[in-house]
Each structure stands twice: as structure tokens, then as C-alpha cells.
Design a protein around this ligand. Structure first.
Ligand code: IMP
Length: 199
């Protein structure tokens, strides 16, 4: 079988992702646009079924979740609210475990069902911190939806109820995920070439 290369994403983004910024990614695309779209539609259906008649507050964790959240909420036909938190936990390509809140929620979570939307759960340290922090604010419930799950490197036992894809243990970028602030605008998810980051 032919490996899924950039050809498979060509057309959907008018072929602009051949060369340029995309040259820093390995040739094989991990999750292309069509694959992402199809899985997010399924996640939306699952979430819609789970939260019918419940006050749902979708909390996007910035910045990595911005594209995923935008697509996910459009796949959920419920009167949900959206808010964002911004946290920092990374330096380079390794988790530090030290989480800092850069932007807190604007809305009150009392009595609401929180759905945390993450781009990727790696060690789980960021999520553990977020869950503990949000639990003190007495929401009706808290669940997690993560597009990518790197469960092989998990250090914290955190439950991801809605999981998009199992992710290999490589540093991935695109579709919101960055390295050093870049690659978030790549419309698919790929593996960053190791020579791009000097760790
Ligand atoms: P954790 O605390 O180790 O679970 O890391 C969570 C955060 O680290 C995610 O929300 C991402 O922002 C970032 N992260 C973890 N793995 C990757 C990756 O492979 N590429 C880009 N960002 C990552």
C-alpha cells in the first residue's frame, strides 16, 4: 500500500502545503484533514448524546486546542457555552510538570458540566493540574476530550473520556499543535523532523 504522503492532503488546502513550512515535517502525514474531519464528527455525536439536557460548558485549553475546538463545537448540536483557559507547561519538546495559568475562565462553572478540550494528552501533568483546579469550583461534572492521546508516556492516571486518536510517541505538530509557536496553521498533523529542534 502506498504510504499516506502529502498528496493525500493536496486539494483540500489548494496544494499550498507542499514545501515551505511543511518541509520541516516528515513526509508521511499522521492524520490528514479528511481523517480529522471524520473522527471529529464522530466525537461530536458521542458528546451530543452524553450531554443532551445538561448545561454544557466546553473549555478549550489554549493555544493548542483552538482549531480542534472550533471544529468540534460545530459538530455538537446543543446549546453549549464556550470558554478558554491558557496554561503553560512546556519548554521545548519536554513537559516540565510546572503548570502556570496564563488566562483563567471568564464564566462561573457552578452547576455546569465541564468538558475540557485538549489538543494532546502526553504525560497528563497539565490535565491533572487542570482537573484538580476546576474541581474546587464545584461544577456538576468534569470530563476530558482530547484529540490525541499519547498514552504510552502517561505519568498521571487521568481519564480521557472522549479520545480522538492514539498518538505515537513522537513530537507532532499541525492542526493547532506547535513547536516554539510555529506549525499551528498546518491543516493536518505530522511528525516534526528531529533535526528541526535542538534539545
Ligand atoms: P502533558 O502535560 O505532558 O500531558 O502535555 C500537555 C501539553 O503539552 C499539550 O496540551 C500540548 O500543548 C503539549 N504537547 C505535548 N505533546 C506534544 C506534541 O507532540 N506536540 C506539540 N505539543 C505537545
Amino acid at each position: 500500500m502506498r504510504p499516506r504522503g502529502r498528496d493525500s492532503v493536496r486539494g483540500m488546502s489548494e496544494g499550498i502545503w507542499d514545501g515551505g513550512l511543511a518541509d520541516d515535517l516528515a513526509a508521511e502525514v499522521l492524520f490528514d484533514e479528511a481523517t480529522l474531519r471524520a473522527r471529529i464528527a464522530e466525537l461530536g455525536r458521542e458528546i451530543q448524546a452524553a450531554y443532551t439536557d445538561k448545561p454544557l460548558l466546553v473549555v478549550g485549553i489554549l493555544k493548542g486546542s483552538f482549531l480542534f475546538l472550533a471544529d468540534l463545537v460545530r459538530a455538537i448540536n446543543l446549546p453549549l457555552e464556550v470558554d478558554f483557559m491558557s496554561v503553560s507547561s512546556y519548554r521545548g519538546t519536554k513537559s516540565t510538570g510546572v503548570v502556570k495559568i496564563l488566562k483563567d475562565l471568564d464564566v462561573d462553572v457552578d452547576g455546569k458540566h465541564i468538558l475540557i478540550v485538549e489538543d494532546i494528552v502526553d504525560t497528563g501533568l497539565t490535565l491533572r493540574y487542570l482537573l484538580e483546579n476546576l474541581e474546587t469550583r464545584r461544577p456538576a461534572s468534569i470530563e476530558v476530550c482530547a484529540l490525541l492521546d499519547k498514552s504510552a508516556v502517561r505519568k498521571e492516571n487521568v481519564e480521557v473520556r472522549f479520545s480522538g486518536f492514539e498518538c505515537p510517541n513522537a513530537f507532532v505538530v499541525g492542526y493547532g499543535l506547535d513547536y516554539d509557536g510555529r506549525y499551528r496553521n498546518v491543516p493536518y498533523i505530522g511528525v516534526l523532523k528531529p533535526e528541526v529542534y535542538a534539545d
